[in-house]
Design a protein around this ligand. Structure first.
Ligand SMILES: Cc1cc2nc3c(=O)[nH]c(=O)nc-3n(C[C@H](O)[C@H](O)[C@H](O)COP(=O)(O)OP(=O)(O)OC[C@H]3O[C@@H](n4cnc5c(N)ncnc54)[C@H](O)[C@@H]3O)c2cc1C
Length: 258
């Protein structure tokens, strides 16, 4: 069942990324869940919920559907199904959030949820170049204290880029190692490309850390019917997922005990 949402604001995040803010909340939405966004005569695609009150979606323009969303103006409408799928469930009081590329889309919503509960949050963001880094400033704005105290929530943001044009040069897993060494998290939450997630899964296993990762696949129905979003056997093995696990209804988030 689709609901109609009207665009009320559009924020440019980088050269190919915009955040669309809509006119009303999406009741019941949890960080890590997604919606199916439909545009007449264009199609329907999944997008992580970047904010629930009001609904916000962060869209990278890479092809026909995302390009059509980028051409929307304030006042235009989008038809939305959701919230869909299983999201993140905060575990403990110190959270390490890891985003690669546009995988940061659901993590600001998750960080805000943790901070509102009085928890502390470390964030590691990985991207190819400074131009591709998303939301680093928005996470930093969430900082409420620079004092690490059990009573005051805080946020620490670490950025890595492949070419060193922003933050530390290298892979986001380096920043994750540093974050774990500085303050061991109760749980690691991540969203990003499959190679990043499989490397992180190994790292979390080595450290005995519980983790919840959001997996991506070619997702069509959003209902667990068409089966197009089953991960390939190699990824399932790396992620410790059974055959038949569907991103759209069993995920996108999958949690593993430490
Ligand atoms: C659970 C889930 C959540 C998602 N959340 C988001 C989100 O929050 N924001 C978002 O922008 N997209 C998100 N996506 C991807 C989105 O659904 C579309 O796949 C994407 O917008 C491309 O669709 P398209 O029709 O524009 O291009 P397509 O023709 O489908 O893709 C064009 C090419 O770009 C590649 N591609 C797809 N997405 C990206 C990307 N982000 N960066 C680089 N290359 C890419 C494709 O593999 C393909 O080669 C999500 C997907 C899933 C399954």
């Amino acid at each position: 069942m689709h609901q109609t949402f009207t665009v009320t604001d559009i924020r440019t995040e980088n050269y190919r990324t915009k955040t669309f803010i809509f006119d009303k909340p999406l009741p019941g939405a949890q960080p890590g869940q997604y919606v199916m966004a439909w545009l007449p005569d264009v199609g329907e695609k999944p997008f992580s919920i970047a904010g629930a009150d009001p609904l916000a979606l962060m869209v990278v323009a890479v092809g026909p559907f995302s390009g059509a969303l980028h051409r929307l103006n304030v006042g235009d409408r989008v038809w939305v199904r959701g919230p869909l799928g299983r999201g993140f469930a905060l575990r403990g009081r110190h959270h390490l959030l890891v985003g690669g590329g546009y995988g940061v889309a659901p993590l600001l919503f998750l960080a805000r949820t943790g901070l509102a509960a009085g928890h502390s949050v470390d964030v590691c963001i990985g991207a190819r170049t400074a131009e591709d880094v998303l939301l680093a400033g928005a996470f930093e704005k969430e900082a409420v204290s620079d004092q690490r105290s059990a009573l005051s929530p805080f946020i620490v943001v670490r950025v890595t880029t492949d070419d060193g044009s922003m933050g530390e040069k290298g892979l986001v897993t380096q920043a994750v190692e540093a974050a774990i060494a500085a303050h061991r998290p109760d749980c690691v939450y991540a969203c990003g490309p499959v190679p990043m997630l499989t490397a992180l899964a190994r790292l979390c296993q080595e450290h005995g850390l519980p983790h919840q990762f959001s997996w991506e696949a070619h997702l069509r129905c959003g209902l667990g019917i068409c089966g197009s979003c089953e991960l390939d056997a190699q990824t399932r093995q790396a992620a410790n997922l059974p055959a038949g696990w569907l991103v759209c209804k069993d995920g996108p988030v999958h949690g593993v005990e430490g």
